[in-house]
Design a binder for this molecule. Sequence first.
Ligand code: NIG
Ligand code: FE
Length: 398
Amino acid sequence: MIIKNIGLLVGIVPESVRLKAGSAMGSVECLRNAWLQVSHGAIEDFGPSGREPSDPETVDACGGMLMPSFCDSHTHIVYAGSRDGEFLDKLKGLSYEEIAARGGGILNSADLLHETPEDELYRQSMERVAEMTAMGTGAMEIKSGYGLRREDELKMLRVIRKILETAPAAVRATFLGAHAVGREHDRESYVNEVIAMLPEAAPLSDFVDVFCDKGFFTPEDTSSILSAAAAYGLRPKIHVDELAVTGGLEVGIAHGALSVDHLEQTGEEGIRALKGSGTMPTMLPGSSFFLGLPYGKARQFIAAGLPIALASDYNPGSSPSGDMRWVMALGCIKMRLTPEEAFNAVTLNGAYAMGLEDSCGSITRGKDARLVLTHPGWDLTKLAYQYRTPYIKRVFTK
Ligand code: NIG
Ligand code: FE
């Protein structure tokens, strides 16, 4: 298939580039007036208009922008029902931590999930996948963590596996048994229980996560879980520094984390620790927005030569949206990223943060043809600036 009359082909990256860091985050290679050829679901070739190969199947882009699909490296989209009651509590002034301390929050979702049959959980989750796909997301990481007991964590991981096998997007699975302390346990016994889940959870997972934060799990808990998970080949992608700086970031780096996520409270010390680590700092501006938390200090990270990824954190408690174009706009408006930096953060760097940079996140020969075609007249600046105007004409899922 040939896509011709592309007004702007955006996000061209050589195969050797696995992420963009520091000042390189500010550049996005584009081609004006281009074509792109897809073969067997992959990007075969592209080039300037006028020299396109002939192909029986042609799509006229009518001058629209063609870009790689968004890569959302941090989501919790497998959950049951909703937490709209807590939303109303929040409007009355209760904080995220207060809701959690009253036994609400993540534990509420765990109760709902416990009662929901596996098929129904899959059905509800696939509605979110379809919503995200229509909004241009082509790759996503999905976490467990609303089970909080062995059977329910495994139920979630099986649902994620079924999504991986049936969704139009690339999917990575993360075992987040340590999302909150399960109802039947104290913290210490639950940490042991999470470790005991690993033999069954690991074969269904690509990564391991821990909510290492004030009121949830300590750096010591995190270290025990990550060490045990390493024996099963699970690399960490962990929640740190959302509510307070507790030392989880350093624990993640020491365990070779692929990413450390949230970072709302991270300062100079964390930035120093990240340098040279290969760990992708990942910020989630949708949860800063929803919870009224500070936004991550993206400018300081980039000034220090670091990369950053942005992800949606789509979940029922702190970020009930998987709209990555809006995440990109928040990156610009609230974190002062340029549209180019925000774009790299939601595409290539997001792909890196879930180990998918070989197949997703850029216009590169051989990568999956996961693409978003816009109406005519769009570019990256307009995407972030006019952030509520519909712009997608078509999505290509390989
Ligand atoms: O990433 N911070 C921890 N976990 C989720 C929230 C999950 C929930 O409240 O359901 C997050 O924000
Ligand atoms: Fe999260």
